[in-house]
Design a protein around this ligand. Sequence first.
Ligand code: PLP
Length: 414
Amino acid sequence: MQFSDFGNKFRGGTGIAELMHDLANLPEDGRTLYRLGGGNPAQLPVVSAAFAQQFRAYADNPVSFSESSASYSSAQGHKGFIRSLARLFNQKYGWPISHANIALTNGSQNAFFMLFNLFGGKTDGIARKILLPMSPEYIGYEDVSVDIPLFISQRPIIEKLDDQLFKYRLDKGHLSVSDQIAALCVSRPTNPTGNVLTDNEVAVLDKLAVDNNVPLIIDNAYGAPFPNIINVPATLSWHDNIVLSMSFSKLGLPGARTGIVVANEEIIAALTQMNAVMNLSPSSLAAAMLQPLFDDGAVLDLCEQHIRPFYQSRSEDALGWFRQSFNGLPALAHKPEGSIFLWLWFPELPVSSAELYQRLKQRGVIIVPGHYFFPGLDEAWDHKNQCIRVNIGGDAEEIKRGLDLIAQEIRTLS
Ligand code: PLP
């Protein structure tokens, strides 16, 4: 059997496929497991109950059932939901958008597959790339290209802070956009680091994108107004040159596979055509079920009253556990400004992050090794092999004990 180059790229294994495989096939040999890997959000009882109530109401409503479950939505996505989302953005932010500025996708991972290939790739004989202005960046971007390798990235400036913390900063001095750049993209808050680019950093990127006539894609999977997992002041901006990606996943519904793109009408029209080819239409189930929560803004209250406070207090707790366990060890945590992770850096790690991952797995601790999170940064840099990502959304005792076991391994290696 012969596969195409495109097929072989996936058959050869990709970082994100390995991660998803490992998560689905955790060791089952009776050992206690400390599940600190993967990107599952926390399951908060009040939030889950609010969603379950919407699901029941939806099932009992023959009109919404007939319009969404029993029919294809438009290729742009569930119309009623898109309209209520446009209204929410008009009211909350005053953005001049209509339904023509929003498309739904089957999760934002699916949106990124479309967006990156919409802009990046060969154009008039030039290989055009996506600039990720600040590594580390989200692992899921890495292998989405159908054509040439798509990403160029650059190192951040590392600022050491007090109390075993550090923070990545955009290296503005080295930023430049040539005619080989098709778009800029940042996740904000950033997966894996929990960094939130400052308003000033976003303004620099925004200007760079506008000046060079390329879009700035902002991956807002953890950002405002939902799920709003942000612990520092940050302004959410949108205009015609910004492509904003959002998702239901970190609200607590990754199984819904619902992503949202807010962009200018030309981009939304292109995504709609791509949706038709790839999916006929994106799933409209969760959009239909949750629409009432977007109509009356209740979803924002859930975020403000439950989701954001949970992660804020959890990140403070997790930092406390980290400091306790790693006292006196060469270990730093990225300042957790948003998202659902702690990003740990071991500057003197004598083995690779992949080897550390295997050693921790032997101890029953599942994390994600850091080397996956540098898409487009091909240069040798020790830092790429000195970090790990830890999910802090799960059971508190599991995280605390898991961090302690990681510290024991680092101590053994030191
Ligand atoms: N972008 C970021 C920054 C993420 O962390 C994730 C998932 O973890 C995604 C996009 C993809 O999410 P989904 O496809 O579930 O919307």
